[in-house]
Design a protein around this ligand. Structure first.
Ligand SMILES: [Zn+2]
Length: 342
């Protein structure tokens, strides 16, 4: 399964790469929709073990370059302008872009906001209330820390297995296992905490990966948006409808309580496989304006679910946009640009 999955991915990547060669340099013109919603997590010049193995985040310089490129093609809007635009009441000069971030990481407060203030660009951050103030870490961040420990571990520690499996392969095997641990098995990552000194608690104190409640209030006071990303970052299609609702509502009430933006929701990881019944229920119960996925340049059969473009792919904004446009145009031929929800 893994092998075929990789094979398919690489064929897909090759096709995109090939099609991108014929893509026009005039991105503003060739971009097929009238809105663009890029999504980032963090921006940092540092090596962050809790993110390094799960997110290919950009440096400050790379992020600024992305913003400059995006500004050439699009007009950045804030949340109210975005809503007015979707409602048909805001007529922009260019196609619009809404800048989004996920996970409520402290780099948003420390690094991103100062850059955006200098450039006069708005962004909204979708957060998980469970992790505010660094009381716990999202399970994938725990996996990333453990992967880092395996990579950096002393060869001698693993030497006992050398006869059965060379060290490098053994490390690869462990990392592969850690990378596959699912949301419902996240207690496995807590059990592994005992295997290293200090554990997640010390890590949380040292690195302060998430924004505190005061920092969330401070970025809001500066004009930025804070909205919902589910309570503790589950993978939605692995949950029952009841669990999906519970996780979303728990997060929604937190946002409401502290007067953050309660009328939107961005799916943690992906909205892939989430059924229409969830959308219908959550939109009626929480009175949402829209929700966000991150499937790239696509439209959704549930029109109020807006797809965003992941920007942390080790490429600059222009290259990502060109590839997305090329892939969109290819899929247009086979009518595959709309995500169907049953
Ligand atoms: Zn997330």
């Amino acid at each position: 399964m893994g092998f075929f999955l990789n094979l398919n991915m690489s064929i897909k990547e090759k096709i995109i790469k090939f099609a991108t060669k014929f893509q026009s340099d005039d991105i503003a013109k060739s971009y097929p929709l009238d809105y663009c919603v890029p999504v980032y997590h963090a921006v940092s010049n540092y090596h962050l073990p809790h993110l390094k193995h799960i997110i290919n985040y950009k440096s400050e310089q790379e992020f600024e370059q992305d913003l400059d490129q995006l500004s050439q093609h699009f007009q950045f809007v804030n949340w109210d302008e975005f809503k007015e635009f979707i409602n048909g009441n805001f007529k922009p000069k260019k196609k619009i872009a809404l800048l989004t971030f996920d996970d409520g990481l402290s780099e948003f407060h420390d690094v991103v906001v100062p850059i955006l203030e200098r450039k006069g660009i708005y962004a909204i951050n979708f957060i998980n209330p469970k992790f505010i103030g660094n009381t716990d870490l999202m399970y994938r961040c725990k996996a990333s820390i453990l992967m880092e420990r395996v990579l950096k571990s002393d060869e001698r520690e693993l030497h006992v297995f050398q006869d059965v499996l060379p060290n490098d392969n053994f490390k690869k095997l462990l990392i592969g296992k850690l990378n596959k641990i699912k949301y419902e098995e996240r207690n496995k990552l807590d059990l592994l905490e005992k295997s290293f000194k200090g554990g997640y608690r010390d890590y949380l104190i040292d690195y302060q990966p998430y924004m505190t409640l005061d920092q969330l209030k401070s970025v809001t006071a500066k004009g930025f948006g804070i909205s919902s990303h589910g309570f503790d970052h589950p993978l939605y299609h692995e949950l029952t409808l009841e669990e999906q609702m519970k996780n979303s509502i728990q997060s929604h009430y937190f946002l409401k309580k502290f007067h953050f933006i309660e009328e939107s929701f961005a799916f943690p990881f992906t909205d892939f496989g989430v059924k229409r019944e969830f959308f219908e229920e959550i939109f009626s119960i929480n009175d949402l304006f829209c929700s966000f996925g991150s499937a790239g340049l696509k439209v959704d059969s549930f029109a109020k679910n807006i797809q965003r473009i992941p920007m942390e792919k080790g490429k600059d904004a222009n290259q990502i946009l060109k590839e997305e446009i090329a892939y969109f145009n290819l899929k247009k031929i086979v009518n595959k640009n709309t995500i169907q929800r049953k």
